[in-house]
Design a protein around this ligand. Structure first.
Ligand SMILES: [Zn+2]
Length: 261
């Protein structure tokens, strides 16, 4: 089987092999063994790194067994992601969401293209938190979580500038101030955030880079997406802490594996 693939994870297997988790364009998530990857310097050297976009060739009898990775050729390794701590951190959050959302045997060309879009944008050193926000808005949508940001989830009235709104992560609904007079439900959202999420949900991939999110709207959007993501997957997003760390320090973090490669 031949496919475009993005490296999501690797673990050592014995003395010389690697187990690689790939996001394949043709087949969704594939876990493959790369025989001799740690020894044979020629065949896989520097190819099986996180985020790298490859053309792979693998054989698999069925989805219950490991695939056998026979070849891998690099399209791009997104070099900036490995040289810049901020970019690496954001790519790591995207990687964690992909590991949670991409399933065996379920190819999703939209998510595949969206991931390449995000890694290319990060590699071009665009504002990484903006890339993350736009990625997550569309990623959740492709997974079937596309909250209606055009109207209140309770009274169904179209969003109005005269009202204030909150977002309830559990129900995935926007609730207007008339329906939620004691403000107990969800987190407040500004009109600016509501507008940018609406727009980003509908934006085709080839025009997604035109959207700009910054300042308090970016901060609020990321908070919303973090909470919603935790709700969708019913777990903590462990790499999210890099967003806080990046602000404080530029020293080498423990999650940066093999920085010399
Ligand atoms: Zn309402």
């Amino acid at each position: 089987m031949e496919s475009g693939a993005i490296v999501l994870d690797t673990t050592d297997h014995g003395e010389s092999d690697l187990i690689v988790t790939l996001f394949c364009q043709e087949s969704g998530r594939v876990t493959a063994i790369a025989k001799g990857a740690k020894r044979s310097k020629k065949r896989f050297v520097n190819k099986l790194e996180f985020f790298t976009y490859l053309q792979v060739n693998y054989q698999q009898k069925n989805e219950q067994v490991l695939a056998f990775l026979s070849e891998a050729e690099i399209y791009t390794c997104f070099p900036s992601l490995r040289q810049n701590l901020n970019l690496y951190g954001i790519a790591t959050i995207i990687r964690e969401f992909l590991l949670l959302g991409v399933k065996d045997g379920e190819p999703d060309n939209n998510i595949f293209r969206l991931t390449l879009w995000a890694f290319h944008r990060l590699d071009n050193k665009e504002e990484p938190r903006q890339v993350l926000a736009l990625f997550l808005i569309q990623f959740f949508g492709y997974l079937g979580y596309r909250p209606d940001f055009h109207s209140c989830g309770n009274c169904n009235q179209t969003v109005q500038t005269t009202k204030s709104y909150r977002f309830n992560s559990s129900s995935g609904q926007l609730i207007c101030s008339s329906c939620n007079q004691n403000n107990r439900c969800g987190r407040p959202l500004s009109q600016g955030t509501i507008k940018i999420v609406q727009t980003a949900q509908d934006q085709p991939l080839d025009r997604l880079h035109r959207l700009k999110i910054s300042g308090s709207i970016l901060k609020e959007s990321l908070q919303l997406l973090h909470n919603f993501g935790r709700h969708i997957f019913q777990r903590e997003i462990t790499s999210w802490h890099v967003l806080a760390e990046n602000k404080k320090t530029s020293s080498e973090p423990s999650y940066l594996k093999n920085p010399e490669q």
